[in-house]
Design a protein around this ligand. Structure first.
Ligand SMILES: CC(C)(COP(=O)(O)OP(=O)(O)OC[C@H]1O[C@@H](n2cnc3c(N)ncnc32)[C@H](O)[C@@H]1OP(=O)(O)O)[C@@H](O)C(=O)NCCC(=O)NCCS
Length: 178
């Protein structure tokens, strides 16, 4: 890895971060198949996503010394049905010019500690192909590939595969009451 900035300040997101974080995310909706969304969410909708993640998972932000958001990572529900409640789906987005400097690793490392402390056992990530940086990030953080959904998404006039990866967050307890 090349020269790295000092470790970024990591903190919990707040709903007030929505405009800055949406500015990082929106280009992946409008210009790429990295996100399978086709419409950029409103700031209000994005704020609601942050609030929901903060309510049951975690949403972390990396910022510089001036308080500019450099990237974020968060956990969310994988599926809504109750038996999935120990799984969480994770994702990270780093601002242009800040990628490849260790921020994704820092954010994910902190995020996984938080998600494990909340009781989640398994992190899942879906990576639209190709995405070498995201595959490298997930592999570097201990994910293994589960498999690839072939042509799962249609965006910008083409089919896109999505590779699913998973990583343990903590021991799987065997004494869950229900
Ligand atoms: C994917 C992404 C979040 C990774 O974050 P990052 O800050 O750039 O990654 P890091 O610098 O922390 O690197 C993490 C690991 O991946 C590797 N890596 C990063 N970018 C890479 C690239 N383009 N090609 C190959 N390996 C890469 C690094 O070498 C590092 O490995 P190491 O820690 O063992 O040395 C970031 O590149 C990004 O925002 N990409 C666009 C949005 C995106 O695709 N998000 C993921 C959606 S699934």
């Amino acid at each position: 890895m090349g020269p790295t900035t000092l470790p970024a300040l990591l903190r919990d997101a707040t709903p007030a971060d929505a405009p800055a974080l949406l500015a990082i995310y929106a280009p992946f909706v409008t210009g790429t198949a990295v996100s399978f969304e086709t419409e950029v969410p409103s700031v209000e909708a994005f704020r609601a996503r942050i609030a929901k993640a903060l309510g049951g998972w975690a949403w972390l932000v990396a910022e510089d010394a001036q308080g500019h958001c450099l990237g974020y990572a968060y956990g969310s529900a994988h599926r809504e049905r109750a038996a999935y409640r120990y799984c969480t789906e994770v994702s990270a987005y780093i601002a242009p010019g800040q990628r490849g400097r260790g921020l994704g690793r820092q954010l994910y490392t902190a995020l996984f500690d938080r998600l494990a402390a909340l009781g989640y056992c398994t992190a899942l990530a879906g990576v639209a192909q190709p995405n070498d940086a995201s595959m490298a990030l997930h592999r570097a953080l201990g994910f293994s590939v589960v498999g690839t959904y072939q042509r799962a998404g249609w965006k910008f006039g083409a089919w896109h595969d999505i590779t699913w990866l998973q990583r343990p967050l903590r021991e799987w307890p065997l004494d869950i009451a229900a």
